[in-house]
Design a protein around this ligand. Structure first.
Ligand code: PAF
Length: 276
């Protein structure tokens, strides 16, 4: 496995290595990332993982400075799974002040975008840069970041990028908590409470399957259940799955999405739901 920091060096290394499947990450890898990297192997000759904590997608009061940077441990985990790790510095990715950005679709202002202004613009911009740098044919992203995956799919489709985007299922701890690098910010008490988020999503999903269509009511019930236990809720919402818009009567495929803070830690999760 080759660990490469520079764009030019990456191009030299990848020339002649055949087709590429790419997993972009911000590092601090857990089983959710490794699952994507394992899947990537089935799609191309060469598997590339990027590790880059992207300053453009963090707001001024967010956790950019304290985001865990664990390159050596990440490389150990990737040994035998990836062929190339691309770990650029900030100045390699942004040699000049970035003044050209991807303008993401309007959904980027809703859901997580409402609480994190500019997040999806910064995310989409770095993903486009990474896709151009790695020149991949296939890229894999986790469904845990459902809105992110949706925006990336829209960007790739609407900008005619010749890249297949694959969404990987969310990997969960044994108690159901979606794996996330941010779980390590939780205290022991918060960590045991954190599983309640999935419980709430599951209750909403069951209501949808049972035929309840008063979405604002079930969403409000879910928000109240979380708030009662001390969560600060950004949103719990049922959306049509392909568009992330509000459900219409004929819709059959949904996703229930939630974001809420436990103490200082913001957690997100989602569950897909189908009705007959
Ligand atoms: O999901 C992430 O880890 C990041 O948002 C991504 C896609 C690597 C862009 O920085």
């Amino acid at each position: 496995m080759h660990v490469i920091n520079g764009v030019e060096a990456l191009h030299v290394r990848l020339s002649g290595m055949g087709t590429v499947a790419f997993v972009p990450t911000m590092g601090n890898l857990h089983e959710g990332h490794l699952d994507l990297v394992r899947q990537a192997r089935a799609h191309a000759d060469c598997v590339v993982v990027s590790i880059f904590v992207n300053p453009l997608q963090f707001g001024p009061n967010e956790d950019f400075d304290k985001y865990p940077r664990t390159l050596a441990e990440d490389c150990t985990k990737l040994e035998g799974l990836a062929d190339v790790v691309f770990a650029p510095t900030v100045s390699e990715m942004y040699p000049q002040r970035q003044s050209v950005f991807v303008a993401p679709p309007p959904i980027a202002e809703e859901l997580c975008g409402a609480a994190r202004p500019g997040h999806f613009r910064g995310m989409a911009t770095v993903v486009l840069k990474l896709l151009n740098i790695v020149q991949t044919q296939v890229a894999l992203f986790g469904k845990k970041d459902y809105q992110q995956l949706h925006i990336i799919r829209e960007m790739v489709a609407q900008l005619n990028l010749p890249i297949r985007i694959i969404g990987g299922e969310t990997v969960r701890a044994a108690d159901g908590l979606a794996l996330s690098s941010r779980n390590q910010y939780l205290t022991a008490t918060e960590r045991s409470e954190a599983t309640f988020l999935r419980q709430v999503l599951s209750n909403v999903a069951q209501d949808v399957v049972r035929g309840v269509r008063a979405y604002p009511d079930i969403e409000a019930g879910a928000v109240a259940a979380l708030a009662e236990r001390g969560w600060q809720v950004d949103y719990v919402t049922v959306r049509e799955r392909a568009t992330l818009t509000l459900p219409q009567p004929a819709d059959k495929s949904f996703v229930v999405l939630a974001a809420a803070r436990l103490g200082a830690t913001r957690l997100i999760d989602n569950l897909e739901v189908d009705i007959a």
